[in-house]
Design a protein around this ligand. Structure first.
Ligand SMILES: C[S@@+](CC[C@H](N)C(=O)[O-])C[C@H]1O[C@@H](n2cnc3c(N)ncnc32)[C@H](O)[C@@H]1O
Length: 274
């Protein structure tokens, strides 16, 4: 039931790929000549966008022979970025059918269909073999998942020993309860944030060795401040997340400025070794 509510939250109100194509055309893009970079305004659906994905990928020891899992792949931006930059193969899994379908269409638009694929699956119960992947990543996903122990145990099982599991997530800060709506939930019933202390415990208990923990909250604050400033000045958003988040998006962005400034949330990256 919770998974249905999560999928409904992210699915938007119509055929996603068509809505994204329309929004991209509206910002002057030619769908027939799209580059991966042109999609970043919509498909890197997390704080600090493509830059954050590139920072994470740099730590994942990837090359063109790597087979990588993206847990909670959304519209597939991070999966395509990693496949394009490192020449590797990536499988993305996500529980929202509308996102998986749109992710496949966007991948065809930019010609990466031979190296990137998406499957509709739950991060807490994966059908992959033990040690199937050289590395895995997850970006802004666990905040919808109460059973984080199961999610990380599955990641540990499918990444081969010595491989990297890179986690970039939104965590509960010390500044109080989250103000809703936010870009991952309209209200608290589908939101479940761990504190930094809990995250370290969870990742270690799943069997990972924690190599690095990096707090990016200040950079995240600047990201949302710049976004809301741009919206105030121009009346337009620099990202096209409204396509699926709907008309509440400006309020979500304003709440995120407060949530981050008041440290109700933090963003932290964990580089873990299986
Ligand atoms: C904020 S989006 C981030 C998408 C993508 N990682 C990105 O950074 O562009 C969160 C995603 O997590 C997915 N998700 C939430 N719970 C999940 C679960 N239990 N298993 C798989 N995916 C899940 C949602 O469907 C959504 O696509």
């Amino acid at each position: 039931m919770m998974n249905d509510a999560i999928a409904a939250f992210y699915s938007g109100d119509g055929h996603l790929a068509d809505m994204i194509a329309e929004a991209l055309r509206g910002s002057g893009k030619d769908i027939a000549a799209l580059k991966t970079n042109d999609l970043n305004v919509v498909d890197e659906f997390h704080i600090r966008g493509r830059n954050a994905t590139l920072e994470l990928a740099e730590r994942m020891r990837l090359d063109d022979k790597s087979y990588v899992l993206d847990v909670g792949s959304g519209l597939g931006g991070p999966a395509r970025t990693v496949a394009e930059v490192y020449g590797c193969r990536v499988t993305g899994i996500d529980l929202t059918p509308a996102f998986c379908e749109a992710a496949a269409t966007l991948t065809e638009w930019v010609g990466l269909g031979d190296r990137v694929d998406f499957r509709e699956l739950d991060a807490t119960d994966l059908p992959f073999d033990d040690d199937e992947f050289a590395a895995a990543m997850t970006i802004h996903v666990a905040m919808n998942i109460p059973a984080k122990d199961k999610m990380y145990a599955e990641a540990r099982r499918v990444v081969k020993p010595g491989g990297i599991f890179a986690v970039y997530d939104v965590l509960q800060g010390e500044g109080g309860e989250v103000l809703y709506p936010v870009p991952w939930a309209r209200e608290p019933s589908i939101s479940s944030l761990a504190t930094p202390e809990e995250m370290e415990e969870l990742l270690t208990a799943a069997g990972f060795r924690l190599l690095e923990a990096q707090d990016s909250t200040e950079a995240s604050q600047r990201f949302f401040e710049a976004m809301t400033e741009h919206m105030k000045k121009t009346g337009k958003s620099p990202v096209l997340w409204r396509t699926f988040l709907g008309d509440e998006f400006p309020e979500m962005a304003r709440n995120q400025v407060r949530n981050i400034t008041e440290r109700r949330i933090r963003t932290v990256t964990y580089i873990c070794e299986a």
